[in-house]
Design a protein around this ligand. Structure first.
Ligand code: GMT
Length: 373
């Protein structure tokens, strides 16, 4: 099949998932055409079946806001026409689903019928999409997509709760390439971070309010008062300056390292002893799943779709949003007993395997086959 994938190229989970999906499909001999404004972060190296089409947005003095959506729809039309595309798969509804609708109409006028799949990822529904500034367009473009998928059961329910739509939503969970993430920790790297065998705690996100990164620091402070440990904060975003400031001032926070954006998560995660994701909401929590695939137990909130991927007391623990005390108690329970820690590590891997790339990608392929038939 010739498939066009539209996504955000940045470090957010939706772009990561879309890129990994495209790469996996290319391995299965499909031709994949990524359409976005920048090379996606996880798309590096050459693959004979992968093509990247950059959306250029010419500016003009009149434009205070360059019309990205128009440029994107026009690029979609161009890519479909010139590459014999069978279907458009857009990730994150805003503005991709609306742009796909526009492209579809233009192509229909030219006599070409192109099916559109929209995958909802989370904030396109729960945070941004339901805002009334965007809601009418998001509702309409979801209805007009040929197939609508959500990355968790919770996101499906949230979509029906927040939008007046009748369209069926199919749940296809996010996935992880377990084989790639389940690597032996790089000993030299571990030694550099934790020279005296300290426990390594990791958090990775885009440092937005919804991630509650300050809770990560507070949980860490409580852990480090009892067990020598280091905290690696991976990623970047609007809350980072405030968190850095907080981490500089607090007692015992000298053990916190800000690594910024990192591409090779499969090299970093295996050195971790515990992963923290105390978010206010996660439709899924791909970062936690990647940690679990690297055999790292997770402490997460019981918000959104997180209970669908983490089993409380098995692959990690879950607490109420903001309950820093509970999360640090549970972290200490895992970290202070080697036998328990090893058991949680093994369970995390078992749990991650349920979302392995080999189980999920065929679900998308089946959907595509159904659609083009
Ligand atoms: O978490 C973010 O802010 C990024 C966002 C995105 O769209 O890139 O992530 C969402 O999609 C990911 C991939 O499906 C999910 O794993 C995240 O849970 C989800 N984030 C939220 O729901 C807050």
């Amino acid at each position: 099949m010739n498939i066009a994938i539209v996504c955000y190229p940045t470090y957010g989970g939706s772009g990561v998932l879309a890129t990994e999906l495209g790469k996996a499909l290319a391995e299965k001999n499909h031709n994949i055409h990524f359409i976005t404004y920048q090379q996606p972060v996880r798309l590096s190296g050459f693959h004979a079946n992968i093509f990247y089409h950059e959306v250029r947005v010419p500016t003009y003095p009149l434009f205070d806001y360059p019309p990205y959506e128009t440029a994107l729809a026009s690029t979609m039309v161009d890519v479909v026409n010139n590459n014999n595309i069978d279907l458009l798969h857009v990730h994150y509804a805003i503005p991709h689903a609306a742009a796909a609708y526009m492209a579809k109409q233009i192509l229909a006028k030219q006599g070409k019928k192109i099916p559109v799949i929209t995958t909802l990822h989370g904030t396109d529904i729960t945070l941004v999409g339901k805002d009334k500034t965007y809601s009418p367009v998001v509702t309409f473009s979801m209805e007009e997509s040929d197939i609508l998928t959500a990355v968790s059961q919770n996101l499906k329910e949230e979509t029906y709760k927040n939008f007046n739509i009748d369209k069926p939503i199919e749940v296809i969970y996010n996935f992880v390439d377990v084989q790639r993430f389940n690597k032996k920790p790089i000993a030299a790297f571990k030694k550099m971070i934790a020279p005296n065998g300290e426990k390594i705690i990791v958090h990775a996100s885009n440092f937005r309010k919804v991630k509650r990164v300050r809770d990560v620091v507070d949980i860490f402070i409580k852990i480090s008062q009892r067990i020598p440990s280091k905290l690696l904060l991976i990623g970047d975003g609007p809350d980072r300056p405030e968190i850095e400031d907080y981490a500089r001032k607090c007692e015992g926070c000298g053990e916190i390292k800000f690594l910024g954006k990192q591409e090779q998560m499969e090299d970093l995660l295996p050195i971790a002893d515990l992963f923290l994701l105390p978010s206010e909401y996660e439709s899924f929590g791909l970062a936690a799943l990647e940690a679990m695939a690297a055999e790292v137990p997770v402490i997460v909130t019981n918000a959104g779709g997180l209970p669908e991927i983490n089993i409380d007391g098995y692959s990690g623990y879950m607490s109420n949003v903001g309950d820093v005390q509970d999360m640090s108690d549970k972290a200490l329970q895992i970290l202070s007993d080697e036998k328990i820690h090893q058991q949680f590590k093994a369970n995390a891997l078992v749990q991650a395997t349920k979302f392995d790339i080999d189980k999920i990608v065929p679900q998308y392929e089946a959907l595509y086959n159904r659609l083009i038939k």
